[in-house]
Design a protein around this ligand. Structure first.
Ligand code: KG4
Ligand code: ZN
Length: 342
């Protein structure tokens, strides 16, 4: 970190249903972050409605950037680069942020840096609020578990911007599984927080739901778990008894956490990781955080709660490290999910 040049980055994130902007200094000190959530707009559809999302981004993006620069007491002239999420995500949503970033870059002459959204989630672990004592930086090699609505992956991160993807989900992402499970047992959208809340006071051992260990692979699978939950719910409904929502939610949540924790610990042992990093929307789950922080074998870094779900602070951080390592993108940059991340 000390050898990297100082820089201030403005970042824009519009990959899904949050319009977000942030200003960060030297990849870690967050001067300002704004997240305009569209959750209420999409709740009536039970999920993100892509066309509605991109239209709302068009309305919100420029004001969100202006508000963020003002909150940071900065102007575009104080920035060294503009970072923007270039994928993966919803094409129509990504395009809004990318085009705004290109326009700002063209108008200001500031370099443009495209960021992979998943890399952004990982870099949320580097961010702290300006003025607060900086927490220690994550140490390499680290084992990064990425658990979001669209992805579930285990990556070995050997140094800044260098990743080895060990495994990923073969079907549903962990967040997607939470969202679908919520629907199956009559809970609202988004499913993750709803399942967590419903599970409070529930018995996680009441239903012995399956864990897909997929021995010999670092992959995950959650579709069997989801089907088992559905079968249990259908069986109970046939008996004409009220659905034990709390117990079902708690049993489901415990099964997801169990697999995520055990496989991550195994991978950390196998690859000699110095620490574990958990990121992505599902890392906001309290019992999951407790499970990871409760084990004593590896130090664990989980981003602050507000940085778990989509935001631009994480994109600003990843953008800084890419900028500091020489990445520059041009007006031809497209919304192409880039993977591997290197
Ligand atoms: O990272 P994120 O905001 O967006 C993507 O990049 O996908 O993750 C959203 C996902 C959703 O599936 C949501 O249900 C899940 O994160 N999530 C949670 C919790 N909060 C959000 N899952 C479990 N427990 C939570 N508390
Ligand atoms: Zn995300």
């Amino acid at each position: 970190m000390t050898s990297l040049p100082p820089a201030r980055i403005l970042a824009i994130e519009t990959s899904c249903d949050e319009t977000a902007a942030a200003v960060i200094e030297n990849g870690r000190a967050l001067l300002a972050s704004t997240v305009a959530s569209q959750m209420e707009l999409h709740a009536r559809y039970g999920g993100v409605y892509p066309e509605v999302a991109s239209r709302q981004h068009i309305l919100s993006a420029a004001p969100v950037v202006e508000e963020t620069l003002a909150k940071a007491h900065t102007t575009l002239g104080d920035m060294d680069a503009i970072a923007v999420t270039r994928g993966p995500g919803l094409a129509g949503s990504l395009l809004v942020g990318l085009n705004l970033a290109k326009g700002l870059s063209l108008g200001s002459g500031l370099p443009l840096v495209g960021v992979n959204h998943l890399e952004g989630h990982i870099y949320s672990a580097w961010v702290y609020k300006d003025g607060e004592t900086p927490p220690p930086e994550p140490e390499f090699p680290l084992l990064a578990l990425l658990v979001s609505g669209g992805h579930t992956e285990l990556n070995l991160m050997e140094s800044h911007l260098k990743y080895k993807r060990l495994g990923a989900t073969r079907d549903d992402a962990a967040g997607e599984a939470f969202d679908k499970a919520a629907r199956l047992i009559g809970l609202g959208y988004p499913g993750g927080p709803a399942v967590q809340k419903a599970a409070e006071g529930g018995d996680p051992d009441r239903f012995n739901l399956p864990r897909a260990w997929l021995e010999g692979s670092w992959d995950f699978s959650f579709s069997g778990l989801k089907t088992s939950l559905l079968r249990e719910a259908q069986r109970i409904e046939k008996e004409d008894t009220p659905l034990p929502v709390a117990d079902l939610a708690a049993s489901f949540q415990a099964a997801v956490i169990d697999v995520l924790l055990q496989k991550t610990l195994n991978a950390a042992r196998e690859f000699g990781a110095r620490q574990i990093l958990v990121a992505g929307g599902v890392s906001a789950n309290q019992p999951l955080r407790q499970a990871f922080l409760g084990q004593r074998e590896f130090p664990v870094n989980i981003p602050a709660f507000a940085l778990c779900t989509d935001n631009a602070a994480m994109v600003a951080s990843a953008g800084y490290f890419r900028f500091a390592h020489g990445q520059r993108d041009g007006m031809e940059m497209d919304i192409l999910p880039t993977w591997p991340l290197s």
